[in-house]
Design a protein around this ligand. Structure first.
Ligand code: C2E
Ligand code: CA
Ligand code: CA
Length: 433
């Protein structure tokens, strides 16, 4: 898919001053995205980078959640909730001091990572975190609003991935909550609603509860549906629909003879998108996919996509994997393209090493993470950055999908900046087929 590539670069062309300036600006935006403005703590994005770069066996990870925080918002309003979050964030930072760093994960959840603390320091920080959170207050006249925190705590083991560490610590947090809150647990609790156990995931797969919802991707020019992205969903018998954040890690880590990707659902989704709707279907592929491709080649991809015409299939690879396993990814991408399958680089801008490297992989689509569009809607500088990212992608021979279109002006902006495609809740939510 090369809608927009009349002036493609030849390999080796790209390290010009304009591109270098663009890289520097991407880096600058990333820095701004490292600190959460509301609490002064680091952001999830920062945590990911630092964990990948530095975390080692023996580090201690705490997963914290403010007890009954929803009640603060419900009873006193969001302004008070926001102020309390700020106070608690600051208090947690002070409690940790130089022993580590505090991340606001989302809403009222925080992570604390202590780097090689030794048992006494870690225990001391645990006590200090409880005390500091409970002391943080917002005063409203005579009324004092405070909250306690619950925590899960784990020690990193050799080879533990970030997802494993977070999932274990989260599970220990669930245990602390279940045991009555305002405490710290080191015991992972199997099978909590947020963290389904491997057995539950297996059962969900066997019963066909795990499948795909499809979200349209539109062409900016004529607003026509160009294709769909398949997004994993687990429709629990209770009627609850879980997104991939709740179970993807458990599922892909567990692939074996008994636990297989939901292939039938994938074939059904491909059939619906390609035959009934026309256009392409894009599947996200995980590291497990790459591992299998490296081990067994790609003859088995037919199981995934059935007899859908190969050029109608797009595989989306996140930039993270590309950064970590470049050579392997490059081979798999080339092989997929030989089969006629197209490749998208997903979450572009969230972790890339260099444009030069990018140049040696010819992706068909570059998907630009939604934070860049949202930034561009707010400032001229970020708008120029997004324009530059789009231009560069086109020069690399790829079409562009701007993600996160949540209103009409986002769509207008994506179009004005030259993106070929756009995706987002405003253009169509992920839906069951
Ligand atoms: P992604 O590939 O970046 O997918 C887009 C995510 O953004 C989806 O979240 C989608 O629901 C959400 N989204 C779409 N439009 C908008 C918008 O306008 N605003 C906002 N705020 N969000 C929007 P979802 O479905 O929760 O998926 C999260 C991530 O999980 C995906 O991010 C992808 O990395 C991964 N994932 C999803 N399905 C699969 C799968 O089948 N296999 C693998 N390996 N990963 C998957
Ligand atoms: Ca994707
Ligand atoms: Ca994406």
């Amino acid at each position: 898919m090369t809608d927009s590539t009349s002036d493609s670069l030849a390999p080796g062309d790209i390290a010009g001053p304009r591109e270098a300036a663009l890289l520097a600006r991407i880096a600058e935006l990333e820095t701004r995205l490292n600190v959460d403005t509301q609490t002064g703590c680091f952001t999830r994005q920062y945590f990911v980078g630092r964990f990948e770069g530095r975390a080692r066996a023996g580090d201690e990870l705490f997963f914290l959640d403010i007890d009954d925080f929803k009640g603060v918002n419900d009873h006193h309003g969001h302004l008070v909730g926001d102020r309390l979050l700020h106070e608690i964030g600051q208090a947690l930072k002070a409690a940790v001091g130089p022993a580590g760093f505090v991340t606001r994960l989302s809403g009222d959840e925080f992570l604390v990572l202590l780097e090689q603390p030794g048992p006494e320091t870690a225990d001391g920080v645990e006590t200090a975190l409880h005390a500091a959170a409970a002391r943080a207050t917002v005063r409203l006249g005579d009324l004092v609003v405070t909250r306690t925190v619950s925590m899960g705590r784990i020690t990193l083991r050799p080879g533990m991935t970030r997802a494993e560490a977070m999932s274990l610590a989260d599970s220990a947090l669930m245990d602390a909550k279940a045991a009555g809150k305002n405490r710290c647990s080191r015991t992972a609790r199997p099978g909590s609603a947020r963290n389904p156990s491997l057995e539950e995931v297996r059962l969900g797969l066997q019963r066909g509860e795990i499948g795909y919802h499809l979200q349209p991707i539109l062409r900016c020019g004529d607003r026509a549906v160009a294709g769909h992205e398949a997004l994993l969903r687990w429709e629990r018998p209770s009627g609850e629909v879980l997104g991939p954040a709740g179970f993807l890690q458990t599922m892909t880590a567990a692939y074996d003879a008994r636990t297989r990707p939901p292939l039938e659902a994938a074939r059904r989704a491909a059939d619906w998108a390609v035959r009934q709707r026309g256009g392409f279907i894009a599947f996200n592929v995980s590291e497990a996919f790459l591992d299998r491709a490296a081990r067994e080649g790609l003859d088995w991809v037919g199981e995934l996509i059935g007899d859908a015409p190969r050029p109608r299939i797009v595989f989306e690879l996140v930039e993270d994997i590309l950064t970590e396993r470049f050579d392997q990814v490059a081979k798999v991408v080339a092989r997929l393209q030989e089969l006629g399958i197209r490749v998208a680089l997903d979450d572009f801008g969230t972790g890339f090493s260099s444009l030069e490297r990018l140049q040696s992989i010819r992706v068909d689509f570059v998907k630009i993470d939604r934070r860049f569009l949202h930034g561009a809607a707010q400032s001229d500088r970020d708008r120029e950055l997004l324009r530059g990212m789009i231009e560069i992608s086109h020069k690399l021979g790829a079409a562009t999908v701007v993600e996160g279109v949540e209103n009409e002006s986002h769509f207008a902006l994506a179009r004005e900046l030259g993106a070929t495609h756009a995706q987002g809740f405003h253009l169509g939510r992920p839906r069951a087929i």
